[in-house]
Design a protein around this ligand. Structure first.
Ligand SMILES: [Zn+2]
Length: 382
């Protein structure tokens, strides 16, 4: 089957992103998803004599992870074919906007947001990617509020892309995990031990006690007495990470999300005005300046518990972001009936994501994928 493999066997062992099991491409453990039943059906590459059809089937095939505890799970074959995959996990309690942020990032990438940097993206598995597009990206672009990610006992990545930059292709997988799942001990969150980057999502409505956010908190259903209380998922994740010299080596970004509610607050007003599709790799000086401003803003407003990742991770940048560009509202009345009530369900007038690619590019820089290395600030330098 070697002649069918896109770019040769990986040079170093690839581990299952969910359970950390070492993986080998065993032809006897390949499966295809049945489009009618969604069941995994064993597939023998030797059963397809036509080389082009076999290649196409291989690109759609899955490898069964040999570790079936606690659940049987599968990895797309292209995830194993391009060197060491990289994984990014989004961290934050339910309602902080993790899914909206990931969907907004995918939407921007889909619109060619990384093209001017010479970065090419395609899906690791077309079906999985289209499922996320249908479930999240397309819904968000239609102005709908996305439902909270369901808690699960076993964590698998939400979507994955093959990223080609400077002629090299790497798989990048994104974990969007329910906040409740991040508290689970043992196997459910084992993947955290192997994760390659962390995106800590700070909800401006929960982290800041600013009085002018009262109405936005009320609409979002955030209880006023919870504003300013630390996000327990941050601690749950940080306490689990391996340390070297007291610090975590995993590249980390802190995203102050929902910045649209702070769009008149300096210096956020300036950063939101500077939004635009990136034309080159982020300037390390700009990344440093933005990190300083986020750090100073959160510190000034007594939101220091959300800075814990910065204190405990060797490489950490900070970013002002709004995944949707506006707050959602309760859906308007339909056909002259009574207005709907309850949780907000719609972004009336559509969404306008702000600065959502900055955190991803910062992670790419910290991984060394881009030409310009990022000089992540340390506390003493801020
Ligand atoms: Zn596994």
């Amino acid at each position: 089957m070697d002649q069918d493999i896109p770019q040769g066997q990986p040079q170093q062992p690839v581990h299952c992103p969910s359970c950390l099991q070492e993986l080998h491409l065993d032809e006897r453990q390949l499966f295809l998803s049945d489009p009618e039943t969604n069941n995994m059906v064993p597939w023998d590459p030797g059963s397809e004599p036509n080389q082009m059809r076999r290649q196409d089937q291989l690109n759609r095939a899955f490898l069964k992870c040999p570790n079936d505890q606690p659940d049987r799970h599968f990895l797309p074959v292209p995830y194993l074919m391009f060197g060491k995959p990289m994984t990014i996990a989004f961290v934050g309690q339910s309602g902080t906007g993790k899914t909206h942020l990931l969907a907004a990032i995918m939407a921007e990438i889909g619109r060619g947001g990384l093209d001017s940097l010479g970065i090419r993206c395609r899906s690791v598995n077309t079906s999985q990617h289209h499922e996320f597009l249908a479930r999240a990206v397309n819904q968000l672009e239609a102005g709908r509020v996305l439902p909270a990610t369901r808690p699960t006992d076993f964590v698998e990545f939400t979507d994955a892309l093959l990223i080609t930059v400077n002629g090299q292709t790497r798989p990048v997988a994104f974990f969007d995990i329910a906040g409740e799942s991040l508290h689970l001990p043992g196997k459910a969150t084992e993947f955290l031990l192997g994760v390659d980057a962390l995106v800590f999502v700070v909800d401006a409505l929960r982290a800041l006690r600013l009085k002018q956010l009262s109405l936005a908190r009320e609409v979002a259903g955030v209880q006023p007495h919870t504003a300013g209380l630390a996000d327990p998922t941050f601690s749950a994740v940080l306490d689990r990470l391996p340390r070297d010299g007291g610090l975590c080596d995993v590249p980390t970004v802190i995203v102050l999300n929902k910045c649209d509610v702070l769009r008149f607050e300096p210096p956020i007003d300036q950063w939101l005005r500077e939004d635009g599709r990136p034309k080159s790799a982020p300037d390390p000086n700009e990344v440093y300046r933005e990190s300083q401003d986020v750090f100073a803003f959160l510190t000034h407003h007594q939101a220091t518990p959300w800075l814990r990742p910065f204190m405990e991770c060797r490489r950490c940048t900070l970013h002002f972001v709004s995944a949707t560009g506006m707050s959602p509202a309760v859906a308007p009345a339909v056909n002259g009936g009574s207005p709907a009530s309850g949780s907000p369900t719609a972004f009336v007038g559509g969404i306008r994501p702000r600065r959502v690619l900055g955190p991803l590019l910062s992670v790419f820089q910290m991984w060394g994928l881009l030409d310009t290395p990022v000089s992540a600030p340390r506390l003493r330098e801020v």
